[in-house]
Design a protein around this ligand. Structure first.
Ligand code: AMP
Length: 428
C-alpha cells in the first residue's frame, strides 16, 4: 500500500478517463458557443455566506456537504469550496453590474465542484459540472431553450435514452399556501415521519418530497401536489414551457414530486435521467428557475434560470453502456537516429515538426537503431524519421512503417510531406 493516496472521495483521472472528460467539456463548450452562453470563470471558493444565503442554510448542500476551509488567521473570512456554480455566477452578476448589460446575460461555467458528501459510486467530493445560466429573462421560452440545451448535450455526448423530468414548484404568490397544505398533510402523519424529516417539516417542508428515506415513499406518493395549487400566472408559465418543449421534440415527463434541493428555485424545475434509472441518486443533471436569487445576493430583483450537468455521471453512464472514449491517436511519426547517442538531433527535428502542429515523438533512449524502430512500430506510428549521415546534406530518411517503403526527403520539406501524408491517409 503506497504511503500517499488521493483523498477519499476524489479520483485521479488517468489519461483515458481524462480524455473522456475533455471530450465532454469540449461538447459543453461547443454547445455554449452555439446557443450563445458565454463561458466565464469564477473562483473555486467563495465566502461561505454566498452559499449559505444563495443555496439556503437548510439544504443538504450547505447543512451537511459544504466543504469549509479553516481560516488561517482570526481575521480571515470564512470560505468554502464551491459546491455548485449558480450562487457564484449570480454573485459575480451582481458584483460586476451585469444588470446594466443587455439582458438576458447568458453564462456558462465548466469545472470542478466540491461537496463533503459520503463518497459512493457516482458521488464524489470533487466532481465536474457544466453549468449554464440565463439571467434576466422571465421565460417561458428561455426555460424551454435551456432544458433543450441540456438535453442536446446528452444527445451529442452519446448517452442513450435520456429523459427530462419536469415540474413547476410555484412562486412566492402560490407556494406559501401550498407549503401550509403540505405541512398540514405531513403533520397529520408525523408519527410515521423519520426523525430527520420531522425536523425538515418545519424548516423546509418541500424537501420532504425528495426525501431519500425509503420509509417516505408511500407518504410522498399521496402528498398534495404543487401542480394543484399553482396560481394562474405559474400555471400559464408551466403550460407555455411544456408547449415549447413539445414543439422542440424534447422528451419529458411531468413529475409532480420533483422539487429541487435548493431553496431559491421558483416555477420551472427539471432533472435529466437515464430512462429506467429515475432513482434519487441517479440524476445526470438538473436545474430550474431562480427568480429570487439575484435579489437575495444583493442585486435588483431579476429572474434567472440555469442547469448543472454532472460530467462524472455521464462518464459512468457511457461506460455502463459500453461507449468508452476513443483511444488516444498514435503519433504520426517517431524520430529515430543511426547514432544512439545523438538525442540532440532527434529532439531538434521533432521540435521542427511539432512547431508545424504535427504529433511527433522523439526517441530519447540511447538504443540501437533497430530497437528504436521497434518502439516506433509498437507506438503504431505511421512514419519513422531516420536521422543519419544524410543530415549533413539537409536530408533525412522517411520510412513509411505501414507501407514498408522508405525514401530520402529534404528536411525543409519534411513537415509539409508528413502533413500531406496524414491528410490523404485520413481522408483518402
Ligand atoms: P445538484 O446541484 O445537486 O442538482 O447536482 C447537479 C448534478 O451534479 C447532479 O445531477 C450530478 O450529476 C452532479 N453531482 C452532484 N453532486 C455530485 C457528487 N457528489 N458527485 C458527482 N456528481 C455530482
Amino acid at each position: 500500500m503506497p504511503a500517499y493516496r488521493a483523498p477519499r472521495g476524489t479520483r485521479d483521472l488517468l489519461p483515458d478517463v481524462a480524455a473522456g472528460l475533455n471530450r465532454l467539456q469540449g461538447i459543453a463548450r461547443s454547445l455554449s458557443v452555439r446557443y450563445g452562453y458565454r463561458e466565464m470563470e469564477i473562483p473555486l471558493f467563495e465566502q461561505s455566506a454566498v452559499f449559505e444565503r444563495g443555496i439556503g442554510e437548510c439544504t443538504d448542500v450547505v447543512e451537511k456537504e459544504l466543504f469549509r476551509l479553516t481560516p488561517r488567521t482570526e481575521e480571515s473570512e470564512a470560505w468554502a469550496l464551491r459546491p455548485e456554480a449558480t450562487a457564484g455566477v449570480v454573485r459575480a452578476y451582481v458584483q460586476h453590474g451585469m444588470q446594466t448589460w443587455p439582458q438576458p446575460v447568458k453564462l456558462s461555467v465548466v469545472g470542478p465542484m466540491f461537496r463533503y458528501d459520503r463518497p459512493q459510486a457516482g458521488r464524489y467530493r470533487q466532481f465536474w459540472q457544466w453549468d449554464a445560466e440565463a439571467i434576466g429573462d422571465p421565460g417561458p421560452a428561455v426555460d424551454a431553450e435551456i432544458v433543450e440545451l441540456g438535453y442536446r448535450f446528452y444527445v451529442e455526448a452519446g448517452v442513450p435514452e435520456v429523459q427530462v423530468l419536469l415540474n413547476s414548484i410555484g412562486d412566492p404568490a402560490c407556494r406559501p399556501g401550498y407549503l401550509e397544505t403540505l405541512k398540514a398533510y405531513f403533520r397529520r402523519h408525523s408519527a410515521e415521519l423519520p426523525e430527520l424529516e420531522l425536523r425538515r417539516l418545519e424548516t423546509n417542508p418541500l424537501r420532504l418530497l425528495d426525501s431519500k428515506d425509503p420509509a417516505m415513499a408511500v407518504l410522498v406518493a399521496a402528498a398534495p401536489r404543487m401542480g394543484d395549487s399553482l396560481c394562474t400566472a405559474c400555471a400559464e408559465h408551466f403550460a407555455a414551457v411544456r408547449a415549447h418543449l413539445d414543439a422542440l421534440g424534447v422528451p419529458y415527463r411531468v413529475e409532480p414530486t420533483l422539487v429541487r434541493g435548493l431553496d431559491y428555485y421558483t416555477r420551472t424545475a427539471f432533472e435529466y435521467y437515464r430512462r429506467g434509472a429515475e432513482g434519487q441518486q441517479q440524476a445526470l443533471g438538473g436545474g430550474g428557475r431562480y427568480d429570487g436569487l439575484v435579489e437575495l445576493l444583493g442585486g435588483r430583483p431579476t429572474p434567472g434560470i440555469g442547469f448543472a450537468l454532472g460530467l462524472d455521471r455521464v462518464l459512468l453512464a457511457l461506460e455502463e453502456s459500453g461507449r468508452v472514449a476513443a483511444a488516444e491517436a498514435p503519433p504520426l511519426a517517431v524520430v529515430v537516429g543511426a547514432d544512439p547517442a545523438d538525442t540532440v538531433s532527434r529532439l531538434r527535428v521533432a521540435g521542427l515538426l511539432r512547431a508545424e502542429g504535427l504529433r511527433v515523438r522523439a526517441e530519447l533512449a540511447q538504443r540501437k537503431l533497430g530497437r528504436q524502430l521497434e518502439t516506433a512500430s509498437r507506438d503504431r506510428a505511421h512514419f519513422a524519421v531516420i536521422i543519419g549521415d544524410e543530415l549533413a546534406g539537409g536530408d533525412v530518411q522517411l520510412k513509411d512503417l505501414e507501407a514498408g517503403t522508405q525514401r530520402l526527403v529534404p528536411l525543409a520539406d519534411l513537415a509539409r510531406y508528413l502533413a500531406r501524408a496524414e491528410k490523404t491517409h485520413r481522408h483518402g
